[in-house]
Design a protein. Structure first.
Length: 447
């Protein structure tokens, strides 16, 4: 029975930290998707896992959205299982995917250092790792602990931006710290220095969304931090300075809200040319299978994106009927609407030269996958078209194949970055792996 006053539901974080152990290395040719994919629009853009494949294109508009409670709300949490022997991620024709490393301890964000090293946050293990070097077979060369004893570390950013950083900043769930750093360091060369001693969520109102994504402005003058809400939907005092993007000076001073009404900006990055801040956002739950759409968007300074009273423009959340009518016309519609409950986590702009030229400037986004949907969706990496830094609203499946059935999955993409050689690298905290996608050309893939 539909319940219009359903209590807010929040997904539990259940990640088994396996420890680093042995790094297992395997690789295989890409499994090609059948056909060239589909273009899904309107109501037909709401897809399920068994029809998701590389080449599918989606365009979801605000006018396509159903009414609240068009379906019952579902609790359909996935069970993580070992990768079946016949399962492998699927990528578009012309690409190859390798499992570069496994046995990690809940890998989340992954960021490319200026010298090409890859920094990985193992959040539940309280650890930052450095992965260095991919051989011609796509396998990692070395893997070292950079820092330990952190508190659910997630965001990673180098300061100052550019070729020769002096620090690496880490977003703990309750603070921001930095370590002295020079290119090539595999171990922190000094203890953590506090930059922001208490981030929202680290106070008496802790809990809720715990990720703290970080990005510096291109000129290095400002630090941006994504802070998610405490609840699914709420406007009580515990949400102060949450559900927003915060701005700081690099020394931690000058805190202010840069943009608000953003339920959970789990991914924050800055466009390398325009300097615009872009976010990947998990929207609210419990309004039905196809509400509310998650999104990727550039963020306007002082902009309001709706949470908790409105969504996707002037649509009022029925749980707050009649509240704050003065905000209705101020809600900004995001650039790219993603299928509801996909759970986008991180994003990166493709500035490499390995992929075909048409990929330059596009956005890759990881999708951790649904739980509040009767039929599973997400568990993939998608590509967003963004010519000249402006998203068209369309996106496509790029890496799929992590779902076994409506109950079980073996992979959940989290962090994504572009390596210095132009390959796309992403983490997966279900198989505790790092994956690497390279372009090999259509003729080579067909062999």
């Amino acid at each position: 029975m539909k319940n219009k006053f359903l209590a807010a539901v929040r997904p539990a974080l259940i990640i088994t930290a396996l420890g680093i152990g042995t790094i297992f290395l395997t690789s295989a040719w890409a499994q090609k998707s059948s056909g060239s994919g589909q273009t899904l629009r309107g109501e037909g853009s709401f897809n399920d896992w068994d029809n998701e494949k590389p080449g599918n294109h989606y365009l979801i508009k605000a006018s396509d959205l159903p009414k609240p409670y068009a379906t019952d709300t579902a609790t359909n949490r996935s069970t993580v299982v070992p990768r079946p022997s016949d399962a492998w991620p699927k990528v578009p024709e012309g690409f190859k995917i390798d499992q570069a490393a496994s046995g990690l301890g809940g890998p989340r964000t992954i960021v490319t250092a200026p010298n090409g090293d890859l920094f990985v946050a193992e959040s539940t293990s309280g650890r930052i790792r450095v992965v260095r070097g991919f051989g011609s077979d796509g396998k990692v060369g070395s893997n070292e602990e950079f820092a330990t004893g952190l508190t659910m570390p997630y965001g990673i950013a180098f300061y100052p931006p550019g070729a020769n950083p002096q620090y690496v900043y880490i977003g703990n769930t309750n603070s921001i710290v930095r370590f002295p750093y020079q290119n090539g360091d595999l171990k922190a060369r000094g203890p953590a220095e506090s930059v922001v001693a208490k981030i929202p969520g680290g106070d008496k109102y802790g809990g809720g969304h715990w990720t703290r994504s970080l990005a510096f402005s291109n000129d290095g003058k400002k630090l941006y931090v994504g802070v998610g809400s405490r609840a699914n939907v709420s406007d009580d005092e515990a949400e102060a300075n949450r559900a927003d993007v915060l701005e700081f000076n690099p020394d931690g001073s000058g805190q202010r809200i840069y943009a608000s009404g953003i339920r959970n900006a789990s991914g924050v990055t800055v466009h390398p040319q325009t300097g615009q801040i872009w976010v990947a956002v998990n929207e609210r739950d419990a309004l039905g299978d196809d509400l509310v759409p998650d999104y990727v968007t550039h963020v306007q300074e002082g902009g309001f994106y709706g949470w908790p009273w409105y969504y996707t423009g002037a649509n009022q959340d029925p749980r707050f009927a009649g509240k704050h009518p003065e905000m209705k016309e101020k809600v900004i519609v995001p650039d790219v609407l993603l299928q509801s409950h996909s759970a986008p986590l991180t994003l990166t702009f493709y500035e490499g030269k390995q992929f075909p030229a048409e990929y330059r400037g596009d956005i890759f986004v990881t999708s951790h996958g649904s739980w509040n949907r009767a039929h599973r969706t997400g568990y993939k990496v998608v590509r967003i078209s963004a010519p000249n830094g402006k998203a068209t609203g369309e996106y496509e499946d790029f890496v799929t194949g992590f779902v076994v059935d409506d109950a079980k999955v073996w992979g959940r993409p989290v962090g994504v970055t572009v390596a210095n050689d132009g390959s796309l690298v992403f983490t997966d905290d279900a198989s505790n792996s790092i994956w690497r996608v390279t372009y090999i050309g259509a003729k080579s893939a067909a062999k």
